[in-house]
Design a protein around this ligand. Sequence first.
Ligand code: GLN
Length: 493
Amino acid sequence: MDDVLELTVAEALRRIEDGELTAGEYFDAYAEAAGGDELGAYLWTANPGPTATPPPPESETRRRRAGDSLRGAPLAVKDIFCTEGIETTAGSRILEGYRPPYTATAVRKLADAGARLLGKTNMDEFAMGSSTENSGYGPVLNPWDRERVPGGSSGGSAAAVAGRVAPWAIGTDTGGSIRQPASLCGIVGLKPTYGAVSHYGMIAFASSLDQCGPLTRDVTDAALLLRAAEGRDACDSTSVGIDGGVELPSREDLDGLRFGVPRELSAEAEGIEAGVSEIFERTLGKIRELGGEVDECELPHAAHGLSAYYVLAPAEASANLARYDGVRYGLRADADADLIAMYERTRAAGFGAEVKRRIMLGTYALSSGYYEAYYGRAQRVRTKIADDFRAAFERFDYLVTPTSPTVAFKIGERTADPLAMYMSDFCTVPMSLAGIPAISIPAGLAEPDGGGAGLPVGFQIAAPAFDESGLLDAAHALERAIDFDTRPPGVRP
Ligand code: GLN
C-alpha cells in the first residue's frame, strides 16, 4: 500500500476510476500516515475507516451535482479555515477550543466535489510569519532537513505534502505564505488572483491580501484543486471566481510566450543566495529551450513592496484581530476581573509576540496623527506596484523571479530578527499587493550559503489577473522540463 503515498492526486483518482484502488484504501493510507506524522505538520487528524457521521442529505445532492470528481481524496486544510465542529485555532492560543458552527466555503466546495477532510495543519499564528515558528502549538520541521524550517505561514500544509503525510493541501497566502513554504519544501504552491476563491470562513489576517490556494506535488493537482475551490460565493462580496473556470494543463512547450525577468526581484536583488541564483538562471535556460523568449524588465516600485506591506498588513490585522476579546471566541483569561482587565489579560495571554508586534504597528499606522504619513502613502505605493505590473504585462505574458531569496533556513536562525524574517517574502509580496496570480514550482536543489546538503529552490511565475489557466499551462510545460523529484531523501525510504 506504501506506494499509494507517492501518487499525485490525479494519478490516484485515475486508479480509483480504473478499479485498481478504492477511495477507502486511499483515504486510510493517508489517515494512518497523518496519524504518525513526526513533523508537527498537523494540529488535528481524522481517523481511518468510514466517516463516523454520514454527510447530510443536502450535501449529498450537491455532491452528485458536482460529479464527485475528487472521489474521497484526502485533503489537508490549514487551520485558518473554519471546519464545523472541529477545533480551528489559526495557530493561536487565543482560539484554543474554538469549534466553529460552520465550514469555510473553500473547504465546503472541495467536500462537495468529493474531497474528504484528512487533517488541520499547523501554521504561524494568524498566518503571520515565514517559518511556522510563530505557531502557538510548536514548530513544524522541514522534511528535507528536520533542523530547518518548512517556511510559512502555511508550513504545516507544505511539510505534510512534501513529507508524504498528505497528498495535497490548501493554505492561504497574504504576502507569500503559500509560495514560500512550497519553495522551501520542494512542492508546488499557487496563490490565485485575489477574489478567485471565497474568503468566507477563512480567518482574516489582512483581508485585502488574504487568498486561499493549493499546495500540491505537481501543477496538474494544483489545477484540479483550484478548479473545485474557486468561484463566486454569495457569502463573500469580494469573491468573483475565475471566468470560464480552470482548465487542466496540457501544454508541453513554451513556443511564442514572452517571459519578463524583473531586475528588481531577480538575480541582482540583494540577499539572494548564490545557489538560488544559479538554479534561477538554469531555469531561464530551460524556458528558452522550450521555445519561450526571456528578457529583462522593470518593476520600478517593486522593491518598496515589503515596506508598504508591513504598513498595510498590520493595519488590517489590528482591525481584524480586535474581535478576540475573551467574550466571543476561545480563551478567556481571568473571568472574574472587570471587563477591561479581562480583555487585556485575555489578549496578553492569548496572542504571541509577533501578533502583538503587528497589532501595535498597525494601530500606530492607523492613528489619526500618522494615518496619511503611513497608511495613505503605503496605499499609494501599492497602486504604483499594480501599475508597474500592468505595464510589464503589455510586453510580457509572464514574469518570473526566484520565489524565496534563500533555501530553508535553520530553526531559530531568524526568530530574534523580525526584519530578516520579513525579507523571506521580498519576491512574493509585490504580486500580493497587485492581487495577481503567482505560482511557485520546484526548480532544483541548491546548497545553502555556508554549505550543506542540497535543499529545494522554487521558481515563481506571475501572470495577469485571472489568467490562472494560462499560468498553470506554462508552469506545467516547465515542470516537465525540470523533472524535479519532490520526494525528500529519508522520507519513508
Ligand atoms: N510572511 C508574511 C507575513 O508574515 C506573509 C505571511 C502570509 O502570506 N500570510 O506577513
